[in-house]
Design a protein around this ligand. Structure first.
Ligand code: PEP
Length: 252
């Protein structure tokens, strides 16, 4: 944790969730409003199809709402894509960009991720910029170099600690049940913090840096209270409100 920084516990539902799942979001809203996330901000990022209804259901409450991706252009002939302005219009206040599944499955480059993050900022959304090394890169001991390179190239121009969040997600830890040791997480988060301050100045000491990759109620206590770990990006364990809230309880 970083002194004076409000942690963020963010749930990424990926391509999961039909309208029947709105009840889970409602349970998250009730818990957030009741202070069950302690000092942390609670954020859920359902599929785009649920955003408008979820936004309506949670209006006026303390649960934040985000999307999982956006197009770099504000509008145009991009069949099937969704712009940051559209996400904002649907009620999102955050958007994830550069998730490893998009970098891998959709061949997204750092340059594209930066363009998406800049589009998010332009639309008034907070961008959650994801970085993280592959298994092979970790085996080769290149994790710090990879993360720093991705970050230098993916950071949006003009961002600050209020408009940008970083998520360090080792690719080999996503959805596998594997996690780096607390010591390994600390090393990378310290590198990320140093880079943010180098690029953004002293104000970047307050930029939130999330850890993501197989965060569960059983390991969140060890991971989420480390220095320079200002919350979590949670995949599978965010689909059910009870499990997600048990993770956020690390900040109570
Ligand atoms: C993710 O998709 O961002 C993620 C961290 O997934 P999981 O928690 O399931 O590993």
């Amino acid at each position: 944790m970083t002194p004076g920084v409000r942690p963020l516990v963010a749930g990424n539902w990926k391509m999961n969730g039909l309208s029947a799942s709105l009840g889970e979001i409602e349970a998250m809203r009730l818990a957030a409003d009741a202070g069950e996330a302690g000092e942390a901000e609670l954020l859920v990022c359902p599929p785009a199809t649920l955003l408008a209804q979820a936004a309506w259901n949670i209006r006026g409450g303390k649960l934040s709402l985000g999307a999982q991706d956006c197009h770099p252009q504000p509008s145009g002939a991009f069949t099937g894509d969704i712009s940051a302005a559209m996400l904002k219009d649907a009620g999102a206040t955050y958007v994830i960009v550069g998730h490893s599944e998009r970098r891998t499955l959709h061949h997204e480059t750092d340059e594209l991720v930066r363009a998406k993050a800049e589009a998010a900022l332009k639309a008034g959304l907070v961008a959650i910029v994801c970085v993280g090394e592959s298994h092979a890169e970790r085996q080769a001991g290149e994790q710090a170099a990879v993360v720093i390179r991705q970050l230098r190239r993916s950071l949006p121009a003009g961002g600050n600690s209020e408009t940008v969040v970083i998520a360090y997600e080792p690719v080999w830890a996503i959805g596998t049940g594997l996690t780096p040791t607390p010591g390994d997480v600390t090393v990378i988060h310290n590198f990320i913090r140093a880079l943010l301050v180098e690029v953004g100045g002293p104000h970047a000491a307050k930029t939130r840096i999330l850890y993501g990759g197989s965060v569960k109620p059983s390991n969140c206590g060890d991971l989420l209270t480390l220095d320079n770990v200002d919350g979590a990006l949670v995949g599978g364990a965010s689909l059910k409100a009870a499990e997600f809230l048990a993770i956020a309880a690390a900040y109570r």
